[in-house]
Design a protein around this ligand. Structure first.
Ligand code: PDD
Length: 284
């Protein structure tokens, strides 16, 4: 089925949508993006996604081509035009088309592209059974806190994980897990403590991470925000990932080592339930 997508404020059939070959998003990965979950036709954690979008735009000195109200309206219009009930909305803002030059154009005309991806997010096999991950080197640049479209390293890493029989990879730098290829990484120790890496330029500041931290604190769980090693992860009682596209998804094997009894653990299951219920309640 063909989608209606948005290019610079125009709504077009996906087959008709066009971006210039000179677009700096295409030539330099000079672009930032957001992925927002849609539940019951409403936007999950949207104010936080808008706030991070501004943070990324500012870091690249890229002017926003639309106001927050206009960006929100684009998301709602795409949900309506595509009758989207559950799935994702991808939004990308690039520095736009300019003759190829490493220097930024003096008068940039940023381009904005947005499209929907209909898919189940709540009832998924990954949530029911959990996923297996492998640890692999983190090949990315030093500013992973900026959500740019430079996704070749995580894409290559995800491919390598798949080819080795796992579902995904957790990336490792200086002996510590940074994050998943498109998710934040968490473990639950046998004593019940929940560990996830602290915020820094080494990882993306996940919107779901922050919402799940709030849910966990609210539920009275003990949290440590600090780096952990692959060894500590393999010895954990439970593990999981968070992302707009995964919510809270259990990890049941790490580098071939079974985590817990090989099925989604109780803390992970509870956090997923709380997060999904909260998201349904707060979605706009
Ligand atoms: N990726 N870390 C990385 C490297 C990511 O790419 C993502 C999300 C996350 C989780 O962030 P959030 O909770 O805000 O979705 C962490 C999106 C979903 C993607 O690229 O498809």
């Amino acid at each position: 089925m063909s989608r209606i997508v948005c290019v610079n404020g125009e709504y077009l059939d996906e087959a008709e949508a066009r971006i210039s070959v000179f677009d700096r998003g295409f030539l330099f990965a000079d672009a930032v993006y957001e992925v927002t979950a849609v539940l019951d036709g409403r936007l999950v954690d949207f104010p936080a996604h808008l706030a991070r979008l501004h943070r990324s735009l500012d870091a690249l000195r890229l002017p926003a081509p639309a106001t927050d109200e206009e960006i929100t309206a684009i998301h709602r219009e795409l949900v309506a035009r595509n009758a989207l009930v559950e799935g994702l909305i991808y939004l990308q803002i690039s520095r736009g088309a300019a003759d190829r030059d490493f220097l930024f154009p003096s008068e940039p005309r940023p381009s904005l592209v947005a499209f929907t991806q209909a898919r189940p997010l709540v009832e998924t096999e990954a949530a029911r059974k959990g996923i297996g991950i492998v640890t692999l080197p983190d090949l990315r640049w030093a500013r992973r806190d900026i959500k740019t479209v430079q996704l070749l390293a995580p894409s290559l890493t995800r491919m390598q994980a798949r080819e080795s029989g796992a579902d995904d990879a957790w990336m490792v730098e200086h002996g510590f897990v940074t994050e998943g290829t498109s998710s934040n990484a968490w473990i639950v120790r046998a004593d019940g403590r929940i560990i996830t890496r602290d915020l820094s330029p080494s990882i993306l500041h996940g919107i779901t991470r922050s919402a799940v931290l709030a849910c966990a604190r609210e539920a009275g769980l003990t949290i440590e925000e600090r780096p952990f090693t692959p060894e500590e992860a393999r010895e954990a009682a439970e593990a999981f990932v968070t992302a707009a596209s995964a919510f809270v998804t259990p990890v049941v094997a790490i580098d071939g080592t079974v985590i817990g009894d090989g099925t989604p653990g109780p803390v992970t299951t509870r956090l997923r339930e709380i997060y999904v219920a909260e998201s349904r309640r707060r979605a706009i």
